[in-house]
Structures are given as C-alpha cells and as structure tokens.
Write a protein that binds this ligand. Structure first.
Ligand SMILES: [Zn+2]
Length: 67
C-alpha cells in the first residue's frame, strides 16, 4: 500500500497520503502543490538489510544450505 510521508515546502506541515500512480499531492492545510516526499511508511518489512540475504547465523547467500 503506497503511503508516503510528505512535507509542505510552503507552510511546513507534515502529512501522510495514499498515492496511486502519478496522482498530484497537495498540502491538506494550505492546498499548495509544493510538497516534498519524505519516505514510505510501509516498506520496512523484509527490506531491513539489503546487503545480506543470509539468515544471520550463516554467511551463505541463501539459507537452503545452512539448515
Ligand atoms: Zn502547506
């Protein structure tokens, strides 16, 4: 679910918004389109450490061989 956090460059308000496709985002407070995307609220699950795909107790790239 694409929920993003934005900050309005005009009035400084932080807000979250569901964005579908290339929908334009406007500040809910001052209705300005001059907003900046911060980061995705949902996107942390499973993508914590992209540098290693091992299970943590082994150095293998896949855990098919360590159990
Ligand atoms: Zn604003």
């Amino acid at each position: 679910m694409p929920i993003f956090e934005y900050k309005c460059n005009k009035c400084g308000k932080d807000f979250e918004k569901l964005v579908f496709g290339s929908q334009a985002v406007k500040c809910p407070k001052c209705d300005s389109g001059d907003v900046r995307k911060k980061f995705s609220t949902f996107g942390m699950s499973g993508v914590q450490n992209s540098g290693s795909s091992g299970c943590g107790s082994c150095s293998s790239g896949s855990c098919s061989t360590c159990h």
